[in-house]
Design a protein around this ligand. Structure first.
Ligand SMILES: [Zn+2]
Length: 351
């Protein structure tokens, strides 16, 4: 049977071994030429194996696109076949390019990798899963950026040697979660080691460089799934809680409270990302409502906030030594998503 007839869908475009002349001089020129979510295939030295990498599932997270464009221009021959999936081409192309996470009326593509595959994003996710099934890769990466600045980390639903080895191509921190949201990383359940890589901030040159260097390692090594060959030791943080802020709450980022806010964090709170915060280390301030404007969520359950945070003289302290991450200084994200995630200092879950 003709392979093309099986795998080609009208949802996706296909580029096989693209030559530099077809790639544009910059990632933005290339993006301008791309019309649909796109599959890029590059033949490797060993044609019996394939590694997959998805990126741009969120149209405003460009590190993976930049890395892939640079890597393709260099015309490297990968160790094994490479299958690249560029998901969020439609939101990424909306002017100004690379500014929209998803289409204004659309859904978050990285919540659509599960049945019933409804709507345009569901169709894209289903077509991407079909490509993966046809290519039968030995592993899969999904490369993203965070909204704020901060160090890189990986996320997976499984913590074994293969997932840690994949993580170590990019970073030394792996967050393991039991939550199932319809994210592409849940492809792990198909016995294909799958890791989400958060390269760092979407405007951060270090993040773009890390995505490129990680892609070079991922595509050039004979073995990326053995921990003995890992770049560095991986710290695993299990089942973090989400600390959420009430939608009506007022948050300010200031060196000291103005008296107007329900919660105040110092403007450099992002420097706390992944560091250990001890119980005598103040994180910020609360207003008259105290901790009632904050909620700790784990496994979709509300947990006892007093095991996470405590207030003394209006200041917020951890109730036990914690490691917090994905701390944001963007008040919109703080209210619509969450303030931060946290585990015990040991990396174990708080609940
Ligand atoms: Zn993302």
């Amino acid at each position: 049977m003709d392979i093309a007839a099986v795998s080609n869908s009208n949802v996706l475009d296909y580029l096989n071994n693209p030559s530099p002349q077809t790639l544009g001089r910059s990632p933005l020129e290339w993006l301008d030429q791309l019309q649909k979510p796109t599959v890029v295939r590059v033949a490797g030295r060993d044609r019996s194996r394939t590694r997959a990498m998805a990126t741009l599932l969120h149209g405003n997270e460009p590190s993976g696109l930049f890395a892939l464009h640079r890597w393709l221009l260099e015309q490297r021959t990968p160790e094994v076949n490479m299958l690249f999936l560029l998901g969020g081409i439609y939101p990424a192309k909306i002017p100004p390019p690379l500014s929209m996470r998803q289409l204004p009326e659309g859904r978050d593509l990285n919540r659509c990798f599960k049945e019933p595959f409804e709507g345009d994003e569901g169709a894209i996710a289903e077509a991407m899963l079909t490509e993966l099934r046809n290519a039968n890769p030995e592993c899969l990466l999904d490369v993203h950026n965070t909204s704020g600045t901060g160090p890189a980390f990986a996320v997976s639903i499984t913590n074994d040697a293969a997932h840690q080895a994949l993580t170590s191509l990019f970073t030394d921190r792996l967050i393991m979660t039991d939550l199932r949201l319809g994210a592409l990383m849940e492809y792990s359940e198909q016995e294909v080691p799958t890791v989400t890589i958060e390269c760092g901030g979407f405007q951060d040159d270090h993040a773009h460089q890390l995505a490129y260097e990680g892609l070079v390692r991922y595509s050039s090594r004979p073995d990326v799934l053995s921990l003995e060959k890992a770049e560095w030791d991986v710290t695993v943080l299990r089942n973090p809680i989400r600390v959420e802020l009430a939608p009506e709450a007022i948050i300010e980022y200031r060196l000291e409270p103005s008296g107007q806010a329900d919660v105040t964090f110092p403007p450099d709170i992002e420097h706390r990302n992944f560091g250990i915060v001890s119980p005598d280390d103040p994180l910020g301030w609360v207003g008259k409502k105290g901790l009632s404007i904050l909620t700790a969520i784990s496994h979709n359950r509300t947990e006892n906030m007093e095991q996470v945070l405590q207030v003394r003289d209006g200041q917020i302290y951890p109730a036990q030594a914690i490691r917090a991450f994905m701390i944001t200084t963007n008040p919109v994200i703080a209210k619509s998503d969450c303030l931060f995630y946290a585990v015990k200092a040991t990396g174990e879950p708080i609940f």
